[in-house]
Design a protein around this ligand. Structure first.
Ligand SMILES: NC(=O)C1=CN([C@@H]2O[C@H](COP(=O)(O)OP(=O)(O)OC[C@H]3O[C@@H](n4cnc5c(N)ncnc54)[C@H](OP(=O)(O)O)[C@@H]3O)[C@@H](O)[C@H]2O)C=CC1
Ligand SMILES: O=C(O)C1=N[C@H](C(=O)O)C[C@H](O)C1
Length: 266
């Protein structure tokens, strides 16, 4: 059994991760860490999840006594970096799902992966990881006059935009095309005074209600259009994927891995 500590355990994903860790046959939840000022401190986790039983109570992120094999973090960039420093100091492998990371944050993460094993993915669903490979095939196969756009929809509480997944899809397309993503990514057309150029990946975003997460990559040509869409309808999809990644990561050598490695896609 892989012993898991979930950080940010009170969050939407945190609770789903606790539930998935408890209900997986290969993992056990040993720690549900929250910030020191959180009202859930000391309360029983089992009262805050839909399914499963556990004796674990919410504890402070500063008092890790449960000796986990892996830490899972789905928080915000500032929280993730704090938890990452802790994991490195205690040599505990980490599964990270936090999005909205800057290039500097990513450099920190890559440096940490020289000290501990890390899985980092901006989406832990199997479907999105398959989609990542499908868009590469589409980008390589379709003619050069194809227009490429990515549209994503998420719930009204989401902070970062475009989503980490949208950027992951766009970066996969850019790689397949041999483009530098930052040179071709277009996030705002409102000030444009001319039509788009051919070599672009356009992003658009909708936020509202309780949408768990939807992504479409459009490949539009004269006379036909290919749309590749993924729709997540439950956070448990991401949580189960992250818990699977944690079990996979346990006892792996130091290094930076992705969900593509966990799924055996590469
Ligand atoms: N990779 C993937 O598959 C997925 C990634 N995500 C990503 O996961 C992250 C969390 O999403 P979600 O659960 O919806 O967000 P929530 O707002 O529900 O939860 C955020 C959690 O992070 C904690 N947190 C925020 N700031 C800090 C800090 N400075 N130190 C410690 N803890 C902190 C919050 O604690 P507090 O309540 O005390 O503020 C809370 O527990 C986002 O980045 C999201 O994009 C989401 C779904 C899937
Ligand atoms: O914040 C979310 O909810 C999600 N975030 C991830 C992202 O930014 O892509 C993954 C998923 O789409 C849900």
């Amino acid at each position: 059994m892989t012993k898991i500590a979930v950080y940010g355990a009170n969050g939407r994903m945190g609770r789903a991760l606790c539930e998935a860790s408890i209900n997986s046959e290969t993992t056990d939840l040993v720690c549900a860490a929250v910030r020191d000022n959180n009202e859930l401190l000391g309360q029983a986790v089992k009262h805050f999840i839909a399914k499963g039983d556990t004796q674990v109570r919410f504890s402070s992120e500063h008092t890790l006594e449960s000796q986990p094999d892996v830490i899972i973090d789905f928080t915000l960039p500032v929280g993730m970096k704090k938890h990452l420093a802790y994991a490195v100091a205690h040599k505990i492998p980490m599964v990270i799902g936090t999005t909205g990371l800057t290039p500097t944050d990513m450099a920190e993460l890559e440096l940490a992966a020289k000290e501990i094993p890390i899985v980092f993915s901006r989406n832990y669903s199997v479907g999105i990881n398959l989609l990542e490979n499908l868009v590469k095939t589409a980008a390589k196969t379709l003619a050069d006059d194809i227009d490429i756009e990515i549209f994503e929809l998420h719930h009204k509480h989401k902070i970062d935009a475009p989503s980490g997944t949208a950027l992951m899809i766009g970066e996969a397309i850019a790689e397949a095309k041999g483009w530098q993503h930052d040179d071709v990514a277009v996030f705002d057309r409102s000030k444009d005074e001319q039509a788009k150029s051919q070599k672009e990946i356009g992003y658009s975003v909708m936020r509202g209600g309780d949408i768990v997460g939807e992504h479409t990559a459009y490949f539009a040509a004269e006379g036909e259009r290919l749309e590749l869409t993924h729709k997540a309808s439950s956070r448990m999809t991401f949580a189960k994927g992250a818990v699977r990644a944690a079990a996979w990561l346990h006892n792996k050598p130091v290094g930076l891995y992705t969900m593509q490695d966990v799924l055996g896609f590469r």
